[in-house]
Design a protein around this ligand. Sequence first.
Ligand SMILES: Nc1ncnc2c1ncn2[C@@H]1O[C@H](COP(=O)(O)OP(=O)(O)OP(=O)(O)O)[C@@H](O)[C@H]1O
Length: 318
Amino acid sequence: MTDTPLVEARGLTKVYPARGSSAEFRAVDGIDFALRRGEAFGFLGPNGAGKSTTMRMISATSPITGGTLRVLGFDPVAQGPQVRARLGVVPQDDCLDRELTVRENLYIYGRYFGLRRAVIRERAESLLDFAQLRDKADEQVEVLSGGMRRRLTIARSLINEPEILLLDEPTTGLDPQARHVLWDRLFRLKQDGVTLILTTHYMDEAEQLCDRLVVMDGGRIVAQGTPRELIAAHTTREVLELRFTDQDTAAEKLRASALCGDGGRLEVLPDRVMVYADDGEAALAAVHALRLSPLTALVRRASLEDVFLTLTGRSLID
Ligand SMILES: Nc1ncnc2c1ncn2[C@@H]1O[C@H](COP(=O)(O)OP(=O)(O)OP(=O)(O)O)[C@@H](O)[C@H]1O
Protein backbone atom coordinates (compact mmCIF):
# COMPACT_ATOMS: atom_id res chain seq x y z
CA MET A 1 0.00 0.00 0.00
CA THR A 2 2.80 2.42 0.95
CA ASP A 3 4.32 1.89 -2.50
CA THR A 4 1.26 3.30 -4.26
CA PRO A 5 2.26 6.73 -5.58
CA LEU A 6 0.44 9.60 -3.92
CA VAL A 7 0.20 11.38 -7.24
CA GLU A 8 0.76 9.60 -10.52
CA ALA A 9 0.74 11.10 -13.99
CA ARG A 10 1.09 9.23 -17.28
CA GLY A 11 1.17 11.10 -20.55
CA LEU A 12 -0.40 14.02 -18.70
CA THR A 13 -1.39 16.71 -21.20
CA LYS A 14 -3.04 20.10 -21.13
CA VAL A 15 -4.10 21.78 -24.32
CA TYR A 16 -5.69 25.21 -23.89
CA PRO A 17 -8.34 25.73 -26.56
CA ALA A 18 -7.99 28.34 -29.29
CA ARG A 19 -9.30 31.72 -28.23
CA GLY A 20 -9.87 34.75 -30.49
CA SER A 21 -6.84 35.04 -32.73
CA SER A 22 -4.66 32.69 -30.64
CA ALA A 23 -4.38 29.08 -31.74
CA GLU A 24 -4.79 26.21 -29.29
CA PHE A 25 -1.78 25.80 -27.03
CA ARG A 26 -0.17 22.64 -25.64
CA ALA A 27 1.06 23.89 -22.24
CA VAL A 28 1.83 20.42 -20.84
CA ASP A 29 2.86 17.81 -23.36
CA GLY A 30 2.61 14.20 -22.19
CA ILE A 31 4.53 14.11 -18.91
CA ASP A 32 5.04 11.15 -16.55
CA PHE A 33 5.89 11.35 -12.86
CA ALA A 34 5.06 9.58 -9.60
CA LEU A 35 5.21 11.05 -6.14
CA ARG A 36 5.88 9.22 -2.88
CA ARG A 37 4.32 10.02 0.46
CA GLY A 38 6.41 12.34 2.62
CA GLU A 39 8.75 13.61 -0.07
CA ALA A 40 9.25 17.14 -1.32
CA PHE A 41 8.83 17.03 -5.08
CA GLY A 42 9.74 19.96 -7.27
CA PHE A 43 8.91 21.23 -10.72
CA LEU A 44 11.81 23.38 -11.85
CA GLY A 45 11.69 25.37 -15.04
CA PRO A 46 11.61 28.84 -16.59
CA ASN A 47 8.51 30.99 -17.08
CA GLY A 48 6.01 29.29 -19.34
CA ALA A 49 7.42 25.77 -18.84
CA GLY A 50 4.01 24.45 -17.76
CA LYS A 51 4.63 24.19 -14.01
CA SER A 52 1.58 26.14 -12.82
CA THR A 53 -0.64 24.36 -15.31
CA THR A 54 0.55 21.03 -13.91
CA MET A 55 -0.14 22.24 -10.37
CA ARG A 56 -3.65 23.33 -11.34
CA MET A 57 -4.37 19.91 -12.82
CA ILE A 58 -3.15 18.20 -9.63
CA SER A 59 -5.23 20.51 -7.46
CA ALA A 60 -8.36 19.73 -9.50
CA THR A 61 -8.85 23.33 -10.60
CA SER A 62 -8.04 22.81 -14.29
CA PRO A 63 -9.15 19.65 -16.09
CA ILE A 64 -6.59 17.47 -17.83
CA THR A 65 -7.04 17.13 -21.58
CA GLY A 66 -4.98 13.99 -22.16
CA GLY A 67 -3.22 11.11 -20.40
CA THR A 68 -4.10 10.01 -16.88
CA LEU A 69 -3.70 11.57 -13.45
CA ARG A 70 -4.47 10.11 -10.02
CA VAL A 71 -4.22 12.19 -6.88
CA LEU A 72 -4.48 10.30 -3.57
CA GLY A 73 -6.19 7.57 -5.56
CA PHE A 74 -8.83 9.94 -6.96
CA ASP A 75 -9.48 11.16 -10.48
CA PRO A 76 -9.26 14.96 -10.14
CA VAL A 77 -11.64 15.56 -13.03
CA ALA A 78 -14.46 13.30 -11.84
CA GLN A 79 -13.74 13.59 -8.11
CA GLY A 80 -12.61 17.22 -7.71
CA PRO A 81 -14.24 17.83 -4.30
CA GLN A 82 -12.57 14.74 -2.77
CA VAL A 83 -9.20 15.88 -4.08
CA ARG A 84 -9.58 19.52 -3.03
CA ALA A 85 -10.65 18.55 0.50
CA ARG A 86 -7.36 16.70 1.00
CA LEU A 87 -4.98 19.24 -0.47
CA GLY A 88 -3.52 22.52 0.71
CA VAL A 89 -2.82 25.01 -2.05
CA VAL A 90 -0.52 28.01 -1.87
CA PRO A 91 -1.01 29.92 -5.13
CA GLN A 92 1.47 32.38 -6.63
CA ASP A 93 -0.69 35.30 -5.51
CA ASP A 94 -1.56 35.26 -1.86
CA CYS A 95 -5.29 36.03 -2.29
CA LEU A 96 -5.62 36.93 1.39
CA ASP A 97 -8.44 39.13 2.60
CA ARG A 98 -6.42 42.25 3.32
CA GLU A 99 -9.09 44.01 5.34
CA LEU A 100 -9.40 41.15 7.79
CA THR A 101 -6.98 40.32 10.55
CA VAL A 102 -4.50 37.47 10.40
CA ARG A 103 -6.63 35.34 12.72
CA GLU A 104 -9.84 36.11 10.80
CA ASN A 105 -8.19 34.98 7.57
CA LEU A 106 -7.53 31.60 9.16
CA TYR A 107 -11.08 31.37 10.52
CA ILE A 108 -12.68 32.19 7.17
CA TYR A 109 -10.71 29.47 5.45
CA GLY A 110 -11.71 26.97 8.12
CA ARG A 111 -15.36 27.83 7.51
CA TYR A 112 -14.83 27.41 3.78
CA PHE A 113 -13.85 23.81 4.51
CA GLY A 114 -16.92 23.41 6.72
CA LEU A 115 -14.93 22.76 9.89
CA ARG A 116 -16.57 23.09 13.31
CA ARG A 117 -15.96 26.33 15.21
CA ALA A 118 -14.01 24.65 18.02
CA VAL A 119 -11.81 22.79 15.54
CA ILE A 120 -11.11 26.01 13.63
CA ARG A 121 -10.20 27.83 16.85
CA GLU A 122 -7.80 25.13 17.96
CA ARG A 123 -6.10 24.76 14.56
CA ALA A 124 -5.90 28.51 13.97
CA GLU A 125 -4.12 29.02 17.29
CA SER A 126 -1.55 26.35 16.56
CA LEU A 127 -1.08 27.67 12.99
CA LEU A 128 -0.40 31.16 14.35
CA ASP A 129 2.54 29.67 16.23
CA PHE A 130 3.64 27.62 13.23
CA ALA A 131 3.67 30.73 11.03
CA GLN A 132 5.37 32.77 13.76
CA LEU A 133 2.53 35.27 13.56
CA ARG A 134 1.12 35.12 17.09
CA ASP A 135 2.06 38.72 17.83
CA LYS A 136 0.35 39.80 14.59
CA ALA A 137 -2.82 37.75 15.10
CA ASP A 138 -5.08 40.79 15.49
CA GLU A 139 -3.39 42.97 12.89
CA GLN A 140 -4.87 43.51 9.46
CA VAL A 141 -3.14 41.63 6.64
CA GLU A 142 -2.54 45.03 5.02
CA VAL A 143 0.25 45.81 7.51
CA LEU A 144 2.16 42.53 7.12
CA SER A 145 5.45 42.23 5.26
CA GLY A 146 5.65 40.06 2.12
CA GLY A 147 7.28 37.22 4.05
CA MET A 148 4.60 37.32 6.76
CA ARG A 149 1.85 37.22 4.14
CA ARG A 150 3.41 34.16 2.56
CA ARG A 151 3.61 32.45 5.94
CA LEU A 152 -0.02 33.30 6.58
CA THR A 153 -1.01 31.91 3.17
CA ILE A 154 0.80 28.68 4.01
CA ALA A 155 -0.78 28.56 7.48
CA ARG A 156 -4.21 29.13 5.92
CA SER A 157 -3.68 26.31 3.44
CA LEU A 158 -2.99 23.94 6.35
CA ILE A 159 -6.28 24.56 8.16
CA ASN A 160 -7.84 21.39 6.68
CA GLU A 161 -4.76 19.34 7.68
CA PRO A 162 -3.96 18.40 4.07
CA GLU A 163 -2.02 15.30 3.11
CA ILE A 164 -0.33 17.17 0.29
CA LEU A 165 0.67 20.82 0.19
CA LEU A 166 1.11 22.41 -3.25
CA LEU A 167 3.17 25.56 -3.40
CA ASP A 168 3.47 27.58 -6.59
CA GLU A 169 6.72 29.56 -6.45
CA PRO A 170 6.58 29.94 -2.67
CA THR A 171 9.39 32.47 -2.28
CA THR A 172 9.22 34.54 -5.45
CA GLY A 173 9.60 38.22 -4.58
CA LEU A 174 10.85 37.65 -1.03
CA ASP A 175 14.15 38.94 0.34
CA PRO A 176 16.82 36.37 1.30
CA GLN A 177 16.03 36.45 5.01
CA ALA A 178 12.28 35.97 4.46
CA ARG A 179 13.06 33.10 2.07
CA HIS A 180 15.17 31.35 4.70
CA VAL A 181 12.43 31.70 7.33
CA LEU A 182 9.97 30.20 4.87
CA TRP A 183 12.28 27.32 3.94
CA ASP A 184 12.62 26.57 7.63
CA ARG A 185 8.82 26.35 8.00
CA LEU A 186 8.58 24.08 4.95
CA PHE A 187 11.30 21.81 6.35
CA ARG A 188 9.24 21.52 9.51
CA LEU A 189 6.14 20.53 7.59
CA LYS A 190 8.15 17.87 5.80
CA GLN A 191 9.37 16.53 9.12
CA ASP A 192 5.74 16.35 10.22
CA GLY A 193 5.04 14.08 7.25
CA VAL A 194 3.31 16.52 4.88
CA THR A 195 4.10 15.76 1.23
CA LEU A 196 5.21 18.91 -0.56
CA ILE A 197 4.86 19.67 -4.25
CA LEU A 198 6.39 22.91 -5.32
CA THR A 199 7.29 24.84 -8.41
CA THR A 200 10.24 27.14 -8.55
CA HIS A 201 12.61 28.77 -10.95
CA TYR A 202 15.19 29.21 -8.21
CA MET A 203 17.77 26.48 -8.33
CA ASP A 204 18.93 27.10 -4.76
CA GLU A 205 15.36 26.61 -3.57
CA ALA A 206 15.08 23.38 -5.52
CA GLU A 207 18.39 22.17 -4.08
CA GLN A 208 17.44 23.15 -0.54
CA LEU A 209 13.92 21.81 -0.44
CA CYS A 210 13.38 19.08 -3.00
CA ASP A 211 14.15 15.41 -2.48
CA ARG A 212 13.37 14.82 -6.14
CA LEU A 213 12.51 17.06 -8.98
CA VAL A 214 11.61 17.22 -12.60
CA VAL A 215 13.10 19.82 -14.89
CA MET A 216 10.48 21.16 -17.29
CA ASP A 217 10.84 23.16 -20.46
CA GLY A 218 8.23 23.90 -23.10
CA GLY A 219 5.63 21.62 -21.47
CA ARG A 220 7.91 18.59 -21.34
CA ILE A 221 10.08 16.96 -18.72
CA VAL A 222 13.67 17.19 -19.84
CA ALA A 223 15.19 15.39 -16.81
CA GLN A 224 14.23 14.03 -13.42
CA GLY A 225 15.96 12.77 -10.29
CA THR A 226 17.40 13.99 -7.00
CA PRO A 227 19.32 17.28 -7.23
CA ARG A 228 22.55 15.32 -6.75
CA GLU A 229 21.67 12.79 -9.48
CA LEU A 230 20.75 15.52 -11.93
CA ILE A 231 24.00 17.34 -11.37
CA ALA A 232 26.06 14.14 -11.64
CA ALA A 233 24.28 13.06 -14.82
CA HIS A 234 24.12 16.30 -16.75
CA THR A 235 27.03 18.50 -15.89
CA THR A 236 30.68 18.55 -14.82
CA ARG A 237 31.76 18.71 -11.18
CA GLU A 238 32.88 22.34 -11.36
CA VAL A 239 32.23 25.42 -13.42
CA LEU A 240 34.57 28.27 -14.22
CA GLU A 241 32.70 31.54 -14.77
CA LEU A 242 34.60 34.18 -16.72
CA ARG A 243 33.90 37.76 -17.71
CA PHE A 244 35.85 39.46 -20.49
CA THR A 245 36.00 42.92 -22.03
CA ASP A 246 35.83 41.35 -25.48
CA GLN A 247 33.75 38.28 -24.81
CA ASP A 248 33.25 37.16 -28.43
CA THR A 249 36.96 36.95 -29.22
CA ALA A 250 37.69 35.20 -25.91
CA ALA A 251 34.87 32.68 -26.47
CA GLU A 252 36.19 31.92 -29.94
CA LYS A 253 39.68 31.22 -28.57
CA LEU A 254 38.28 29.05 -25.79
CA ARG A 255 36.13 27.10 -28.21
CA ALA A 256 39.12 26.27 -30.35
CA SER A 257 41.18 25.14 -27.35
CA ALA A 258 41.52 21.80 -25.58
CA LEU A 259 39.15 23.11 -22.88
CA CYS A 260 36.27 22.22 -25.16
CA GLY A 261 37.39 18.65 -25.74
CA ASP A 262 37.78 15.87 -23.17
CA GLY A 263 34.36 16.29 -21.57
CA GLY A 264 34.87 20.05 -21.13
CA ARG A 265 32.26 22.36 -22.58
CA LEU A 266 31.52 26.03 -23.04
CA GLU A 267 28.31 28.04 -22.63
CA VAL A 268 28.25 31.67 -23.65
CA LEU A 269 25.70 33.85 -21.84
CA PRO A 270 25.19 37.55 -22.59
CA ASP A 271 27.34 38.64 -19.63
CA ARG A 272 29.69 35.70 -18.99
CA VAL A 273 31.28 32.57 -20.35
CA MET A 274 30.94 29.31 -18.44
CA VAL A 275 33.63 26.68 -18.84
CA TYR A 276 32.40 23.27 -17.68
CA ALA A 277 35.31 21.23 -16.32
CA ASP A 278 35.69 18.74 -13.49
CA ASP A 279 38.70 20.68 -12.23
CA GLY A 280 37.91 24.40 -12.37
CA GLU A 281 41.35 25.56 -11.17
CA ALA A 282 43.08 23.52 -13.89
CA ALA A 283 40.67 25.05 -16.43
CA LEU A 284 41.58 28.53 -15.20
CA ALA A 285 45.29 27.74 -15.59
CA ALA A 286 44.52 26.64 -19.16
CA VAL A 287 42.68 29.94 -19.80
CA HIS A 288 45.76 31.88 -18.66
CA ALA A 289 47.98 29.65 -20.83
CA LEU A 290 45.90 30.82 -23.81
CA ARG A 291 46.99 34.37 -22.85
CA LEU A 292 43.43 35.33 -22.05
CA SER A 293 42.95 37.80 -19.17
CA PRO A 294 39.42 37.60 -17.80
CA LEU A 295 38.11 40.60 -15.85
CA THR A 296 36.78 38.18 -13.25
CA ALA A 297 37.13 34.42 -12.80
CA LEU A 298 35.14 32.31 -10.39
CA VAL A 299 35.40 28.57 -9.80
CA ARG A 300 32.29 27.06 -8.25
CA ARG A 301 30.51 23.76 -7.74
CA ALA A 302 28.05 22.89 -10.53
CA SER A 303 24.39 23.50 -9.67
CA LEU A 304 20.92 22.80 -11.03
CA GLU A 305 21.18 26.03 -13.00
CA ASP A 306 24.00 24.37 -14.95
CA VAL A 307 21.89 21.27 -15.45
CA PHE A 308 19.19 23.43 -16.97
CA LEU A 309 21.63 25.34 -19.13
CA THR A 310 23.19 22.10 -20.34
CA LEU A 311 19.83 20.53 -21.16
CA THR A 312 18.19 23.48 -22.84
CA GLY A 313 20.99 25.88 -23.79
CA ARG A 314 19.12 28.57 -21.88
CA SER A 315 19.41 30.18 -18.49
CA LEU A 316 16.65 29.47 -15.96
CA ILE A 317 16.04 33.14 -15.33
CA ASP A 318 16.29 35.01 -18.62
N1 LIG B 1 -5.64 29.76 -19.48
C1 LIG B 1 -4.70 29.71 -20.42
N2 LIG B 1 -5.00 29.79 -21.73
C2 LIG B 1 -4.05 29.73 -22.69
N3 LIG B 1 -2.73 29.58 -22.43
C3 LIG B 1 -2.36 29.50 -21.15
C4 LIG B 1 -3.31 29.56 -20.07
N4 LIG B 1 -2.62 29.43 -18.89
C5 LIG B 1 -1.32 29.32 -19.23
N5 LIG B 1 -1.16 29.35 -20.57
C6 LIG B 1 0.12 29.22 -21.30
O1 LIG B 1 0.68 27.97 -21.01
C7 LIG B 1 2.09 28.05 -20.88
C8 LIG B 1 2.52 27.48 -19.55
O2 LIG B 1 2.05 28.34 -18.53
P1 LIG B 1 2.30 28.02 -16.99
O3 LIG B 1 1.70 29.16 -16.21
O4 LIG B 1 1.85 26.66 -16.68
O5 LIG B 1 3.88 28.10 -16.92
P2 LIG B 1 4.83 28.15 -15.68
O6 LIG B 1 5.91 27.17 -15.91
O7 LIG B 1 4.06 28.00 -14.42
O8 LIG B 1 5.41 29.62 -15.77
P3 LIG B 1 5.43 30.77 -14.66
O9 LIG B 1 6.69 30.55 -13.92
O10 LIG B 1 5.45 32.00 -15.51
O11 LIG B 1 4.18 30.65 -13.84
C9 LIG B 1 2.45 29.53 -21.06
O12 LIG B 1 2.89 29.73 -22.38
C10 LIG B 1 1.14 30.24 -20.82
O13 LIG B 1 1.06 31.44 -21.57
